[in-house]
Design a protein around this ligand. Structure first.
Ligand SMILES: [Zn+2]
Length: 429
């Protein structure tokens, strides 16, 4: 056994019930046994190679940040809040042109911020695969959703070829899929715990062909596919009838959309009811829709049938001043609710507890549901095993017994330690 950890409180990842006086036994990347009630005579001695003991502390599943853009972290504190999406986007596009050393330093800082705030896994939208090495260095479990975008059919082939290049450069190669190309490429370092997936950017920037390439590929390989959708009223207007400020913004990026009549529907219905429909009948698709801030009536019917993961980014949502997030309707539709931070270009930090604190102010919020969304639902979305030794141990304020989750939100709580894939990645005491 690698670790034996004794805590006064333990949140069972399967039932989300709180158990008292618990010893957690970790072997490799898994929790192999949970002893409840402290019935081991002689304490932790002899139970494992290393032992940790925490009084008045709760061991929770580690936070899973289901939506980040780590390669925008160098823009932390650089972009004003309160901009509309078409005002904000050019600042971010300019930020992508900064020197690579600055981008790398931003990613490294971001990894530290995540580790220090109890995040153990992240789904990172990645343009160039930059975060793989940093996530591995900090011991985080990472899934790089390789971003693809473009409007023409041609662009679809090129975008997927670019994603393949990143896979060749950053990941253990899949010889079966890449054929002889795999053999030709220089073998990258194998990075345990770092995987990849695909991310068609958004329905206003990405063609049906490219969505289908990316989602088809992800589905065939059992990977996640994640996309931004229904983020802003500007996107809604553009998809409906080609109006609003987005054609001008896209024109600046070299896309001539004059005369584009729109698709006559909402962004979510376009994806779920049309473009991605051929795959969505299967139960094992791993689609993660991000934002869905402007989900409309017909959209909830599609969401109820296809049951994707839906990622709410509470602080980024507030940053842009969107309409209240449709939490109650998402609950009714039965989607797998997950939580993300989005990037530091539209957020003040990457701590998931901060996201939950803000989300808890929503009139329909249920605090336990939010903690689940930020932990075990994220595991489900990313395909992280239920018995993963991805754990965060938090110090509890006095008298937290009765309402542990609420007490964690009402007080500053210290992170005592965290594990990702069975490795101790943070330890304060
Ligand atoms: Zn995003």
């Amino acid at each position: 056994m690698d670790y034996a950890v004794r805590v006064s409180h333990y949140v069972d990842p399967a039932t989300f019930e709180i158990q008292r006086d618990v010893i957690v036994l970790i072997s490799g990347a898994h929790v192999v046994e949970v002893i409840v009630g402290g019935e081991v005579s002689g304490g932790l001695d002899g139970l494992a190679r290393q032992t940790l003991e925490f009084d008045n502390a709760v061991c929770l599943p580690g936070f899973v940040n289901s939506h980040a853009h780590l390669d925008l972290s160098h823009l932390h504190g650089q972009v004003p809040s309160g901009l509309t999406f078409p005002e904000w986007a050019p600042a971010v596009i300019a930020g992508r042109g900064m020197p690579q050393a600055m981008i790398d330093a931003g990613i490294d800082d971001a990894c530290r911020m995540m580790v220090a705030s109890g995040t153990t896994a992240v789904l990172d939208i990645s343009v160039g695969g930059d975060s793989a090495a940093h996530l591995a260095k900090h011991g985080l479990r990472g899934n790089l959703a390789l971003e693809v975008l473009g409007w023409s059919g041609d662009a679809a082939e090129k975008a997927m070829a670019r994603a393949d290049e990143i896979v060749r450069k950053e990941f253990e190669l899949d010889a079966e899929r890449l054929g002889k190309d795999a053999g030709d490429a220089a073998a990258p370092a194998v990075r345990d715990g770092i995987d990849y997936s695909y991310s068609p950017h958004a329905p206003y920037s990405t063609s049906m062909e490219l969505y289908q390439h990316a989602f088809g590929r992800a589905f065939g390989e059992g990977r996640v596919c994640t996309t931004h959708v229904a983020e802003s009223p500007e996107e809604e207007a553009f998809i409906r009838d080609g109006t609003g400020p987005l054609p001008e913004l896209l024109g600046k990026l070299g896309l001539d959309l004059s005369g584009f009549p729109g698709f006559g529907t909402t962004p979510i219905s376009l994806l779920l009811g049309d473009w991605l429909m051929p795959w969505l009948g299967a139960e094992n698709h791993r689609l993660v829709l991000v934002h869905c801030n402007y989900a409309r009536e017909a959209d909830f019917e599609h969401l109820a049938v296809t049951k994707p993961s839906v990622c709410w980014c509470p602080r980024s949502h507030a940053w842009f001043g969107h309409e209240p997030w449709p939490l109650a309707r998402m609950r009714e539709a039965g989607v797998n609710l997950v939580i993300g931070t989005d990037s530091l270009a539209s957020n003040s930090g990457l701590d998931m507890l901060g996201e939950i604190r803000l989300a808890a102010q929503h009139p329909d919020a249920d605090v336990t549901e939010l903690f689940k969304a930020a932990t075990v639902n994220g595991r489900k979305a990313l395909g992280i095993p239920a018995d993963a030794a991805d754990l965060a141990i938090w110090g509890l304020p006095a008298g937290a017994d009765d309402n542990l989750f609420k007490a964690m939100l009402a007080n500053e709580v210290p992170l005592y330690a965290s594990f990702s894939r069975g490795n101790l990645i943070a330890r304060a005491i």
